[in-house]
Design a protein around this ligand. Structure first.
Ligand code: 0O2
Ligand code: 0O2
Length: 264
């Protein structure tokens, strides 16, 4: 296929990656808006480079006119999670969706690869609406923890450096590092509730603080500069060390004041 044809061939994959990224990021936003913990930490996506597509087709003996049917990861979406048990939750979120059809799943979290690679792969069929009509494509989700992602990206760059022939002594060290990363994931899981509580507390506090800030601005724009400064000083005192109840009280006070000024 000529370069121009590859560009056209990849268009629906580019479209799919953009759409899927938006959809998965929206799920995260939805959890946050509901003030709930999100099993999705962040999402990235890419369309396979033509060079790496050709290399893979060559490695697996895939004829170029069969690439669309046989290469599952031309469109790739990566979903990063904070904790190992979030991975299953994300897979569940994908399983119930009506805008994609899961073809199969590969669980490299429980069935770790000999390289040390851990990740959960979900292969889907996805319909994109292009200018010349609907087109069904294959796409791959890779769902993994931050530690798994750190390991995989590092190992991937070493593979690139050594052209898939990483020396044995480095392979052994990499395998050990992969197990250490997984060990870290398991230890983090043991204190998950503690971490979640701390994150929640942070979110609740920053929510109240931005609410107070907005109310201070309202006071300022109503010409109540002295009152606004007084609240700003009180807020500054509480920002670092203040408890949630103290911030809530300050918020109540400023809201009450604003109501009072509105009545006058
Ligand atoms: P926000 O508001 O920061 O969440 P893109 O086209 O930028 O949407 P792309 O090109 O697939 O996505 O991948 P990119 O740019 O590498 O990263 C996508 C998103 O993941 C970006 O956020 C990054 O900030 C975020 N990201 C990347 N690495 C990390 C990381 O190690 N930790 C965290 N928490 N986030 C990371 P957005 O989508 O631009 O917006
Ligand atoms: P890239 O550069 O990531 O786009 P395989 O049999 O492993 O050669 P297959 O049969 O396509 O590949 O499926 P598999 O095993 O599910 O792998 C698909 C993708 O998973 C790979 O894409 C990698 O992104 C990732 N992956 C699988 N094994 C490893 C590993 O040992 N280390 C790292 N870092 N990533 C891995 P590609 O085609 O390698 O390309």
């Amino acid at each position: 296929m000529a370069i121009q044809n590859w560009k056209t061939f990849l268009l629906p994959y580019e479209q799919a990656v953009e759409e899927l990224k938006v959809k998965l990021k929206s799920l995260r936003k939805e959890y946050r808006k509901r003030n709930e913990y999100s099993p999705i930490e962040f999402v990235t996506g890419r369309v396979k480079e033509v060079s790496s597509l050709l290399e893979k087709a060559n490695k697996f003996g895939i004829p170029l006119d069969r690439v669309a049917q046989e290469m599952e990861d031309i469109a790739g979406i990566r979903i990063m999670c904070q904790f190992v048990d979030d991975i299953d939750k994300v897979v569940e979120l994908l399983r119930v969706r009506k805008d994609m059809q899961i073809l199969y799943e590969k669980d490299y979290v429980r069935n770790v690869k000999s390289s040390g690679y851990r990740s959960y792969h979900v292969i889907i069929k996805y319909l994109v609406n292009m200018a010349d009509g609907p087109k069904e494509i294959l796409a791959e989700f890779q769902i993994r923890t931050l530690a798994m992602n750190f390991w995989a990206t590092t190992e991937h760059s070493l593979n690139y450096k050594y052209k898939q022939h990483i020396p044995d002594e480095i392979k052994i060290k990499l395998k050990r590092a992969a197990d250490a990363a997984f060990n870290l994931d398991e230890q983090m899981l043991e204190i998950k509730d503690e971490i979640k509580d701390a994150q929640k507390l942070f979110e609740v506090k920053s929510d109240i603080i931005s609410n107070i800030m907005n109310n201070i601005l309202t006071l300022m724009s109503a010409g109540k500069v002295a009152e606004a400064s007084r609240y700003q000083v009180a807020l500054n005192r509480l920002i670092e060390e203040g408890e949630v109840y103290e911030l809530s009280n300050l918020l109540k006070m400023i809201k009450k004041d604003i109501e009072k000024y509105k009545e006058n």
